[in-house]
Design a protein around this ligand. Structure first.
Ligand SMILES: Nc1ncnc2c1ncn2[C@@H]1O[C@H](COP(=O)(O)OP(=O)(O)O)[C@@H](O)[C@H]1O
Ligand SMILES: [Mg+2]
Length: 321
């Protein structure tokens, strides 16, 4: 059963430099209790996709230009803002990359979680404090009863991210969107936070969208993966299938740029070339300028997302029958 159905979503930005088609016809679903990974290089539209779902895209420059976002059957793009506010932080919650920017430095972490519980759950002060401590325990903060009265700057980066997760859980979300939740953390802490997210997902039976530029994170967490490039989905598959049999040259390139753990020296074969400017997108395949298999045909017209077996999809002419 799908909890979220994003259909042909288009989010464009209108700036002095022109129109940036940051999300340009993206379609995916997230089933109840499942984890969807969204992966791609910086600037490919991952955060704009998640902000679109939260309806938090910059209203000055950003505009929804089409599509649907069905959450439990309701198109949230059509919800009046007060209704959306009831969903946000409750049924749909989000954690961001940089916990320090989302926590208020002048209030204790307990106060901030309590506020959220009072606002979203209508709890009284006493119940909220108890629940705040419970949530801090749930996200693995030792001595939660004591830490609850500390300020964000008294915590390490990893602990702050745990607090952010606790805050995101305050409203009992059915869907948690985690946008690069570990990117700002060092490697060992990253692993701990991912383990935490995984165990919470099982314990609470949440659906999660995990957004990352790191395929390692995806392989650990996700049931299904969407690979984005220049505002489009270029490949979608079950995680195992994607890693065993990546089809799109971009996906293959991403996989080859992951450092090989067996080598003494960390060798990073990066993808060559740059993501095309969103203001000046190639007419045909957007990856063609960087693709070793590109031929004149690829540059003629927009490439369709092809359906292969078992829900595997790829946007590449090489797989046309
Ligand atoms: N507020 C904004 N105004 C104009 N353009 C934006 C804005 N936010 C994002 N964009 C454009 O959308 C593109 C995708 O951004 P984003 O979704 O943040 O990428 P990422 O995949 O790294 O999360 C960026 O390249 C940027 O040009
Ligand atoms: Mg981002």
């Amino acid at each position: 059963m799908s909890l979220l159905d994003v259909k042909d979503l288009k989010t464009y930005f209108y700036t002095d430099s022109g129109v940036a088609k940051a999300v340009d016809g993206v379609t995916f679903s997230v089933d109840k209790g499942k984890v969807l990974g969204i992966v791609g290089e910086s600037g490919c539209g991952k955060s704009v996709t998640s902000l679109s779902i939260m309806r938090l895209v910059d209203p000055v420059t950003g505009k929804n230009e089409g599509g649907e976002i069905l959450f439990d059957g309701t198109d949230i793009l059509k919800l009046p803002e007060p209704e959306m506010r009831k969903l946000r932080g409750n049924r749909i919650s989000m954690i961001f990359q940089e916990p320090m920017t989302s926590l208020n430095p002048v209030f204790t972490i307990g106060y901030q979680i309590e506020e959220s519980l009072i606002l979203h759950k209508g709890m009284d002060k006493k119940a909220a404090r108890q629940q705040a401590i419970h949530l801090l325990e749930l996200v693995g903060i030792p001595e939660a009863g004591k830490r609850v009265d500390e300020y964000p700057h008294q915590l390490s980066g990893g602990m702050r991210q745990r607090v952010m997760i606790a805050m995101a859980l305050a409203g009992d979300p059915e869907l948690l969107i985690a946008d690069e939740p570990t990117t700002a953390l060092d490697v060992t802490i990253q692993a701990q936070i991912l383990d935490l997210l995984k165990s919470l997902q099982k314990k609470l039976n949440m659906s999660i969208i995990i957004i990352t530029h790191d395929l390692g994170v995806i392989s650990e967490m996700a049931d299904e993966v969407v690979v984005m490039y220049a505002g489009e989905i270029v490949e979608k598959a079950k995680t195992r299938e994607l890693f065993e049999d990546p089809k799109h040259p971009y996906t293959v390139g991403l996989m080859n740029s992951v450092p090989d753990v067996d080598e003494d020296v960390e060798r990073l074969r990066t993808l060559e070339g740059l993501v095309p400017s969103l203001y000046d997108m190639p007419k045909g395949c957007r990856f063609a300028p960087r693709c070793q298999f590109a031929c004149p045909e690829c540059e003629k017209e927009r490439i369709k997302l092809l359906d292969l077996e078992d829900g595997h999809q790829v946007r590449c002419r090489r797989y046309e029958k």
